[in-house]
Design a protein. Structure first.
Lengths: 371, 343
């Protein structure tokens, strides 16, 4: 059981195109990351591509060494420990199976290099095969080239768990699978993670996956950790505009507004803010989620409907248009009739207020008490 | 034939182009095979016929006389002393020299070169990786002939490329040297690092995804174990290509062995055969007496049936080991050549 702590991690890549004679060209891949991953917890790391999430994983695994900062496992400084000695299990995006070894050989490499006994190896492989499901034995006798993507992924996951790792590290493990298989594998991985209760870091660029897999979610951007928290934290109290825009589909609408003595105006339409929201006068940006609008409100602002996207499987529709220059999606009943324009008013209780200049949040609604 | 699209082969123009390509390739194959055919044809032609002004495509009366004679010559079992003395040692001595040098070079050079390429491709990082790559590849840009003299001096006073060993500063004693000149090591040691094979290996190792190496590291394999157990089994075709290229290069090398060998019992087949040809073709002499003796022995040899046909037999003997090597590595070679798209 392992708790991982990252203190002030800085990682700057030193590939040839990244360095000048005097220093580094670009921003660091990791910029002062402080993060604690609790024992037994699954932490999803999301962010747009190139934000440093894979680097974070490699630094935790020891495949990359940080330029400064510490990686601490259970209170011991592991910063300089080789990946060979960290006892982590890792699943890669491209599966990274050893192409010349059969499924069984892929699983047994760990035991070969650790000089474990033949019996232990056989027992562990058998236990893992039982865990991975009925037909997994068939995959063990095959060369990776002959396996399909999903099968390769299962072997890769088995190779990761066969050693009883301290930490699971997963680098976009299911991104290369097709949609249906992705769904199924996601559930399987989740089941395994729950079964093992091992500390896990799960990197993905898909927020749905991050929400599904992670007990907590870390959002990264350009080497910075923007926010860490549960989905509700991120959704209802984003630390800044980036997190608000990154989490949630369809995305949040960011509408410019002016606050004046407890009243708020979007373009020429005015509302009175609820009394508990106290904001200084001036321009702000209001973030309103698709479900944070009331349709056909009398005091609403008129929005020209661009189109209505109906999603019968979800029993919902999204009314899509533009308010004050901002792209806006609004949840509506699936049978919402088509029309030219609609009057909408934001539910101010659910709105998130951001600074006009800069990104930080001025007021967030906080996680609602549902029960 | 990935050269040629599969779609639309039935179009008349495509079909014409296809046949043009086939004809072109057939001409290429014929051009490559004709010298071998001519060598074989000449080797079974009687001696007097090879000297006739009209070229012989296939002899009227094929004879194995030349083969027999060369056999006698190379085993020094001929009754005729003139034939026997053409070669100072039996052929198997030279064959053994050549094999020893070629195999030792392979044995040392393949691990050294491939490990260097692996380190450059997967372990070195940053600008140093680039610079060391350029440094090694840079050695390809210097023709071997340019370094012939310094290399020769180096074999005399290894490791100094100087006419004589320098003195240890402050004393009158020279630095200790190793004289590898006139030993097989003079051929083996310069071949230990092969820049072309380095390029070949590096090109292949670059195609191995880093994630495989990283997965093996996470699995706990030491760097050398990863190379031996994961990377090496993946790279066997490249090893086959490299081994074949280098075997051929060492086997066919002529100029360098000619420079570094003096003792007639140490020369490889390439030099031995060429010496024989020289002795045989140009019969150069300095005195009338010697010339007369030589002409007499030449006449004897000719009468015994040895002429161009015998040279062709020797030439074939020189080529055979490379064929054998090719057949040994054939399957991997084909895969490797497809892999790297070379030759």
């Amino acid at each position: 059981m392992t708790q991982i702590e990252l203190r002030n991690l800085v990682k700057q890549y030193d590939a040839q195109d990244q360095v000048t004679l005097t220093g580094y060209k670009g921003e660091p891949a990791l910029n002062r990351i402080n993060l604690t991953i609790n024992d037994g917890e699954t932490l999803s790391v999301v962010g747009p591509s190139g934000c440093g999430k894979s680097t974070l994983l490699k630094v935790i695994a020891g495949l990359e060494y940080p330029n400064s900062g510490q990686v601490i496992y259970n209170g011991h400084d592991f910063t300089e420990i080789k990946p060979q000695d960290r006892g982590v299990g890792m699943v890669f995006q491209d599966y990274a199976l050893y192409p010349t070894r059969k499924g069984r050989g892929n699983l047994s490499y760990f035991f070969e290099v650790h000089q474990r006994s033949e019996e232990e190896e056989q027992a562990r492989i058998k236990a893992t095969a039982d865990l991975m499901g009925v037909d997994f034995d068939l995959l063990l006798g095959q060369i990776p080239d002959t396996l399909s993507g999903g099968q390769k992924q299962r072997v890769a996951i088995a190779r990761c768990i066969v050693r009883d790792p301290n930490v699971f590290l997963m680098d976009e493990p299911i991104v290369n699978l097709d949609a249906k298989l992705r769904e199924r594998t996601r559930i399987e991985i989740k089941k395994l993670l729950r079964q093992f209760g091992i500390t896990t870091v799960y990197v993905t660029h898909d927020q749905q996956e991050a929400i599904f897999m992670g007990d907590r979610i870390a959002v990264m951007r350009k080497g910075n950790l923007e926010q860490v928290g549960t989905f509700d934290d991120l959704y209802y109290s984003p630390a800044n505009l980036f997190v608000a825009q990154f989490i949630g589909t369809p995305p949040i609408a960011i509408v410019p507004a002016v606050i004046e003595n407890g009243q708020i105006a979007i373009e020429t339409t005015r509302w009175t803010l609820p009394s508990h929201i106290t904001l200084p006068n001036g321009t702000v940006r209001v973030g309103i989620r698709p479900e944070g609008w009331r349709l056909d409100a009398d005091d609403g602002i008129s929005m020209a409907v661009r189109h209505i996207e109906r999603i019968p499987t979800e029993r919902a529709a999204f009314v899509i248009g533009t308010i004050a220059g901002a792209h806006t999606s609004i949840v509506a009943p699936v049978d919402y009739p088509a029309r030219e324009s609609v009057r909408v008013t934001p539910d101010w209780e659910q709105a998130i207020f951001f600074e006009d200049e800069g990104e930080s949040a001025l007021h967030t609604p906080g996680v609602p008490d549902l029960f | 034939m990935s050269l040629f699209p599969k779609v639309g082969r039935n179009q008349p123009r495509m079909r014409a182009a296809w046949w043009m390509l086939v004809i072109f390739l057939c001409i290429g194959v014929a051009l490559h095979l004709f010298p071998f055919f001519y060598m074989i044809a000449l080797s079974v032609t009687p001696a007097h016929e090879t000297l006739s002004p009209t070229p012989v495509i296939w002899p009227k009366e094929p004879t194995l006389a030349a083969w027999r004679l060369v056999f006698e010559l190379t085993t020094r079992s001929s009754m005729d002393s003139a034939v026997r003395d053409l070669m100072s040692y039996p052929f198997y001595v030279y064959l053994g020299n050549s094999l020893f040098m070629a195999l030792m070079t392979l044995l040392i050079s393949l691990p050294v070169t491939s490990l260097a390429a692996y380190a450059n491709s997967k372990l070195q990082r940053g600008p140093m990786a680039r610079w060391s790559f350029l440094f090694f590849i840079g050695t390809l840009m210097v023709p071997g002939v340019v370094t012939l003299i310094p290399s020769f001096l180096m074999t005399r006073n290894f490791p100094f490329p100087l006419p004589s060993a320098p003195l240890i500063p402050g004393t009158d004693d020279p630095f200790p040297i190793l004289r590898i000149w006139d030993t097989p090591w003079a051929v083996i040691i310069p071949g230990v690092f092969n820049a072309f094979n380095f390029l070949l290996f590096k090109g292949f190792f670059d195609t191995i995804p880093d994630s495989i190496i990283q997965a093996a590291r996470v699995d706990g394999g030491s760097e050398f174990n990863i190379f031996r157990r994961i990377v090496f089994p993946m790279s066997i075709p490249v090893y086959a290509v490299a081994a074949w290229l280098q075997f051929g290069a060492v086997w066919d090398n002529y100029l360098w062995p000619l420079v570094v060998f003096q003792s007639p019992d140490k020369i490889p087949t390439s030099v031995a055969i060429s010496n024989l040809m020289n002795r045989f073709v140009q019969a150069g002499s300095t005195s009338a007496q010697q010339a007369a003796a030589q002409t007499a022995s030449m006449r004897e040899i000719l009468e015994a049936g040895l002429s161009w046909n015998g040279l062709m037999v020797l030439g074939l003997l020189q080529t055979i080991p490379i064929f054998i090597m090719f057949i040994i590595c054939r399957e991997y070679l084909m895969r490797g050549i497809r892999l790297r798209g070379l030759k």
